[in-house]
Write a protein that binds this ligand. Structure first.
Ligand SMILES: Cc1ncc(COP(=O)(O)O)c(C=O)c1O
Length: 406
């Protein structure tokens, strides 16, 4: 066959299409169309002065979102790349690290630290409860030579928010550095990097920032950067060495790897959307939309295993009533209603579903769609909720405390 022979015939492959979904799991959440449009702008070189202007703007927007005047930039990769970049840049083989552990992603931090050959002290506490800072205080008394304390601000697997400000103070009083995961919290509730005196925080683009997965915004203290530059041994990963990435994002623009330019355009647009909405308004949107979901679930008699004071707005954990099969229910939500929710992990496996309301997905319409679907499906399992009971309660909650328009 010559190239001419194919004229007029069907190409072997058609353009890609994907189904429409209502994405209400633990992440990714939906990406804003504005963000997706920005990502289709032309590729330019990562050493092009026009691209440096983009980087400069992204850096200053990230500083606003993280609330820091120290270093803020983005690691190419998923949230786990930010996690690994922080751990492997700060810790040397044999360093002692305390990991406050109350969920699945805390366990990932433990695995990473073990691979690094660090001496890991894991402070395991019950899922569904806020971490008690006294546990850390006691552990640091016993392990005064701890290099780093590791934590998660918003544990998506357990649906819990943790007191990282107090934890950071305790770590610093003991002379340790303090690292926290803000993958699910950044842009969905308050994160105050400088005010909470954090040393390293990493996030993900795919949750409350309303961008696709693939880039990890991070903030780094000058104290932590000095520590990394002064290490006795080089970090084991060249690609994830935070000091090298910081040098590319810094005034010298030192070449490192090929920066993912279109992901950075998307991040720029996502940050612009968040800052234009106003961070406080965005946090309030997450609070009020989650309150509507909880009102609906409560009215239907559905409960959460998470203690009320520790509940995350971005992710609601719902206990399944007796006789409701988790896999079957999630399958029905997906197949019949196009709604994706998350399964229970670890201590919650098989017992709960997890409902995400983050960024672009955090809108009242999603709450009503899901509650309506649950009202229709649960009676099939012998669990009668009454039609309109959940959706009605959610509407009443929004009437009393409206969510900011988005
Ligand atoms: C709290 C938390 N940390 C870390 C991660 C890992 O992020 P990624 O899947 O983008 O690597 C997630 C992902 O859901 C998360 O929820």
């Amino acid at each position: 066959m010559t190239p001419d022979d194919s004229n007029g015939s069907e190409p072997r492959f058609q353009p890609l299409t994907v189904p429409r979904r209502t994405v209400m799991g633990p992440g990714p959440s939906s990406a804003s169309p504005t963000v997706l449009r920005a990502m289709s702008l032309p590729v330019i070189g990562y050493l092009d002065p026009a691209y440096f202007d983009v980087l400069e703007e992204v850096e200053s927007m990230l500083k606003e979102v993280f609330k820091t005047e120290q270093r803020a930039f983005a690691v190419a990769g998923a949230g786990s790349a930010g996690m690994e970049a922080g751990l492997q840049s700060i810790l040397e083989r044999g360093d002692k690290v305390i990991i406050c552990s109350y969920g699945y992603f805390c366990e990932r931090q433990v695995m990473m630290c073990e691979r690094l050959g660090a001496e890991v002290i894991e402070l395991r506490t019950e899922w569904g409860k806020a971490f008690d800072p006294q546990v850390l205080k006691d552990a640091l008394r016993e392990h005064a030579d701890t290099r780093l304390v590791v934590s998660i601000h918003a544990e998506t697997s357990a649906g819990t928010l943790h007191p990282v400000k107090e934890m950071s103070e305790i770590a610093h009083d003991a002379g340790a550095l303090f690292l926290t995961d803000v993958v699910t919290s950044l842009a969905g509730c308050e994160v105050d990097f400088d005010g909470w005196d954090l040393d390293f925080a990493y996030s993900g683009s795919q949750k409350c920032l309303a961008a696709p997965p693939g880039i990890s915004p991070v903030a780094l203290s000058e104290r932590a950067l000095d520590h990394i530059r002064g290490r006795k041994t080089l970090p084991s990963s060249w690609y994830l060495d935070l000091s090298l990435i910081a040098d590319y994002w810094g005034p010298e623009r030192k070449h490192h790897h090929t920066n993912p330019v279109n992901m950075v355009y998307g991040l720029r647009e996502a940050l612009a959307l968040a800052l234009n909405e106003g961070l406080e308004t965005r946090w309030l949107r997450h609070e009020r939309v989650a309150a509507a979901l909880r009102a609906g679930l409560n009215a239907m008699g559905l409960e959460s295993p998470v203690e009320p004071s520790a509940r995350l707005n971005q992710l609601t954990v719902v206990s399944l009533p007796k006789g409701v099969d988790d896999v079957k229910l999630r399958g029905q939500l997906f197949d019949l209603y196009g709604i994706e929710v998350g399964r229970g992990l670890g201590q919650f496996a098989g017992k709960v579903i997890r409902i995400g309301l983050m960024g672009e997905s955090c809108v009242p319409a999603n709450v009503f769609n899901l509650l309506n679907a649950l009202e229709r499906l649960l009676p099939e399992y012998g669990y009668e909720t009454g039609k309109g009971v959940g959706t009605g309660a959610a509407a009443a909650q929004l009437a009393a405390e409206p969510a900011p328009l988005y």
